[in-house]
Design a protein around this ligand. Sequence first.
Ligand SMILES: [Zn+2]
Length: 274
Amino acid sequence: MGSFDLTEKNGIKYFTISSFAETGLVKHGFSTRIGGVSQGSFHSLNLGFHTGDSWESVKENRKLFVETLEITINNLVAANQVHKDNIYVAGVKDRGKGALSQDTSIPETDALITRDPEVALIAFFADCVPIMFLDPVQKVIAIAHAGWKGTVLKIAKKTVEKMAEEFGCQRENILAAIGPSIGPCHYEVDIPVIAKFQENFNRWESFIQLKDKGLKGQLNLWEANRITLLEAGLLYEHITVAEVCTFCNPHLLYSYRYDNGNTGRLAGIIMLKD
Ligand SMILES: [Zn+2]
């Protein structure tokens, strides 16, 4: 089960996952908006280049955050996230891609996997669901970006399948963590979105609360992804859900919906220690 724990170091507030920390195998963290240099609507630890914020500020914020996690910025690997289900297996040769500019990111990819130490996987969020993975036996890590589209595509399950296929990970060994993102309290969706979930999930009623005579629904992406991870073969007690809503915490986290799109990006980072 485990928990997401909010910690503070060098003035930067970030979450760590207890089950991941206990293995002693990784450096990891999930950022908040506290502790950076960005101004205005990006205040202050904006980690996304594609937001309208200044490049210098984002670069400085990334440096501050990785230093806090004791990671070198040149070890970062970032993808250009497009709400699809492409998964990329990163290695030492990819270090630095997307670290200091959007242009050098791994193209059209929403999940990254590696088993190489000192390769720091990073992904960006502002309401979409971050999912981090760690197989402490095979020593393989991954991070996935699941908005509603990625959740419908079951990117979490596909990431687990790829970990198994590429590196022989056993599903019962894999730890997963579902990070801060928009909660069921604030995620209203309409019929086209509801229909996609009805087509792809037998148990959609356990995470969509219909209202307005079925014309709208409150969508619980945390539960949809938890179900997907269980479907993939993970153990219930190996899945940690932060249950922290971005929209409910606009002073701590960036929320695309709360800020009407004019906002920064949070990031999850995970790296195997050498
Ligand atoms: Zn909320």
